[in-house]
Design a protein around this ligand. Structure first.
Ligand SMILES: [Zn+2]
Length: 319
């Protein structure tokens, strides 16, 4: 094995990239050969991950301030490696094309921002000239999971179950891939999706959408009520609808791109009943050549996202 390595890559230079992810907070890290090196840096610096006040901290920052904060974090983790960086990868929740944020419902100030250009220009002030790649955060999760699970040569897909529903896939492929907006219902009353579209998966499963649907109950109360004996029938019905929506969108992806590995992550995986999900999937996917799929719940950790952003940027820089 050692001999083979020597033949294929004589004294390989370690890849050195910065991964930075933005959702409710920003996390950045230096990634050397697909592993985090040193401490992650975050903005806002001192707070707990699900502090409600933080959820708005980034929403209220204008784009130019946000770009400055991002670059400060990148410079902090890259300190000493500025000239040897191979790439910088930024993952954010939105529809990204060619370095431009075309849509970002949860960070609305970024809509239309030429974020790749802005970051590249500002990073020069920190003596960093490495190429910048901007990607969808769910794609970053998929790349991070592929890297952590040693599957960089496999296709993997991931659903991130949070405020909205993200759909990530690895490896990178051109396209829109807004899988969280897969239509899973033809009911005219299904209109809770953040994008305004009817019948969408996110309109059933997204945290924000669940709050809009149950104005009197928090999502965790809905699932708790559904699980008690003689539980609230409205909550029980919703629990089934929620799992059917996830199964339906997964089944659609299987019918289009084939079977394979699906990961579930995000803070609302706590509501997933895997047996119920698999039961619905079994009812929805009947063609034998495409039944070799699997679903696994994984912990949502920001280090996975940081590694994924870095790996994606490294691969983009090499294209
Ligand atoms: Zn939608």
């Amino acid at each position: 094995m050692a001999d083979q390595d020597n033949v294929s890559n004589a004294t390989p230079k370690p890849s050195r990239t910065v991964g930075i992810v933005m959702s409710e907070r920003i996390f950045a890290g230096l990634v050397v050969d697909h592993k985090i090196q040193g401490e992650l840096q975050s903005y806002p610096a001192n707070s707990t991950p699900h502090d409600a006040d933080d959820d708005d901290a980034l929403v209220e920052l204008p784009t130019d301030s946000l770009v400055r904060e991002l670059c400060k974090l990148i410079a902090a983790v890259a300190k000493g490696s500025e000239s040897t960086l191979d790439a910088v990868g930024l993952a954010l929740p939105g529809l990204i094309r060619n370095g431009v944020v075309e849509e970002a419902p949860n960070l609305p100030q970024l809509k239309g921002a030429r974020i790749q250009e802005l970051l590249t220009a500002e990073l020069v002030n920190h003596n960093i000239t490495a190429p910048v790649t901007v990607l969808n955060d769910a794609d970053g999760v998929a790349a991070g999971l592929a890297s952590r699970h040693g599957k960089l040569d496999h296709m993997i897909r991931v659903w991130t179950l949070g405020t909205g529903i993200g759909y990530g896939r690895y490896p990178f492929a051109q396209g829109v891939w807004e899988g969280g907006h897969t239509v899973v219902s033809l009911d005219d009353k299904e209109r809770f999706c953040g994008c305004g579209g009817r019948g969408h998966m996110e309109g059933i499963m997204g945290h924000r959408a669940m709050r809009l649907r149950f104005l009197d109950l928090e999502p965790e109360e809905v699932f708790a009520a559904a699980s008690t004996r003689n539980g609230d029938p409205r909550c029980l019905e919703f629990k089934h609808l929620w799992h059917k929506a996830l199964a339906a969108a997964t089944a659609t992806s299987i019918h289009q791109a084939g079977p394979g590995k699906f990961f579930l992550t995000g803070f609302n995986v706590r509501f997933v009943d895997l047996n119920l999900l698999k039961d619905y999937l079994h009812q929805m996917v009947k063609m034998s050549p495409i039944q070799g799929y699997s679903v696994e719940i994984v912990e949502d950790h920001h280090t996975t996202r940081v590694i994924g952003a870095a790996v994606t940027a490294e691969q983009a820089a090499g294209r």
